[in-house]
Design a protein around this ligand. Structure first.
Ligand code: NAI
Length: 263
């Protein structure tokens, strides 16, 4: 539903409590703000305090409730503290968006340092796993909840220079399927999204070394442009809504058809 200005007037998430990891900037911020517009109360977790604070200001300006909790999802201590704070608040966690992720070092496989493998897997795989484990502990006893993990189209297709990142996102796809099956009859639904090229700081970093590559890749996209964070966010909200009750373990490609060009 939209009003005369084309703005969504749906409020599918009124009063729902939503956690967005990596919610300070980029796609995570867009997801948090779209949930806020639809009446949700947001918990924004991010390693970047300034970005997280800015996002919470925007959430409040949109008339919703927002709280920032600093957490590096790769730190088991931070993750424990984050979920202890959520549990102590007494407010049930309805929806969790495990969006925090890094692209890591872009390089050919022979130039990939061990430290890059460790960090990318610590954030993208272990971080997603640890958050999901804590989310399940909160949601399963209540028999309700939705968990959405961030994979990537890069997990479905080869991507030169991103062997470590693509492997980490394939792991996210795989664990999402397994945990979704574990929880299928519990009332907790788990799924993932696979964005294509999305215009964020991550994409700018990726193309920083090669402006030509950006131009060439953009020209190859079916839409002729990268995806916008807010378009991705609206796909995430659909997946978190009751309309997606049969989408379980699957990934929703939010890529403007790019996977079909790449595969
Ligand atoms: P971004 O780099 O623009 O923003 C990421 C946000 O996550 C930042 O606020 C950052 O501070 C936070 N963050 C990073 N590491 C963190 C950690 N260890 N703990 C907590 N917060 C952390 O990235 P973008 O583009 O918004 O990406 C979001 C997700 O979407 C990531 O999982 C990424 O892999 C995925 N994705 C992005 C695509 C793109 O083209 N931008 C394409 C496909 C997937």
């Amino acid at each position: 539903m939209t009003d005369m200005t084309g703005t969504s007037t749906m409020r599918r998430f009124s009063g729902k409590s939503v956690l967005v990891t990596g919610g300070g900037a980029g796609i995570g911020r867009a997801v948090a703000l779209e949930f806020a517009k639809e009446g949700a109360n947001l918990i924004v977790a991010d390693v970047d305090e300034a970005a997280g604070g800015e996002c919470v200001d925007l959430i409040r300006q949109a008339g919703a409730q927002g709280e920032f909790i600093r957490a590096d999802v790769a730190s088991p201590d931070d993750v424990s503290a984050l979920f202890a704070t959520i549990a102590r608040s007494g407010t049930p966690l309805d929806i969790a968006i495990n969006n925090a992720g890094i692209e890591g070092h872009v390089a050919l496989v022979e130039d990939q340092p061990d430290a890059n493998f460790d960090r990318v897997f610590a954030v993208n795989v272990q971080g997603t796993f640890q958050c999901m484990r804590e989310e399940v502990k909160l949601m399963k006893p209540r028999g309700a909840g939705v968990i959405i993990n961030f994979a990537s189209i890069a997990a479905h297709v080869g991507f030169a220079g991103l062997s470590v990142y693509t492997a980490s996102k394939a792991a996210v796809l795989a664990m999402t399927k397994s945990v979704a099956l574990e929880l299928a009859q519990s009332g907790v639904r788990v799924a993932s999204v696979s964005p294509g090229l999305v215009q964020t700081a991550m994409l700018e970093r990726f193309f920083a070394a090669d402006a030509n590559a950006k131009q060439q890749m953009t020209a190859s996209l079916p839409l002729g442009r990268p995806c916008d964070s807010y378009e991705v966010a609206r796909g995430v909200l659909f997946l978190a809504s009751d309309d997606a009750s049969l989408v379980l373990g699957q990934t929703l490609n939010l890529d403007g058809g790019w996977a079909y060009v790449k595969s």
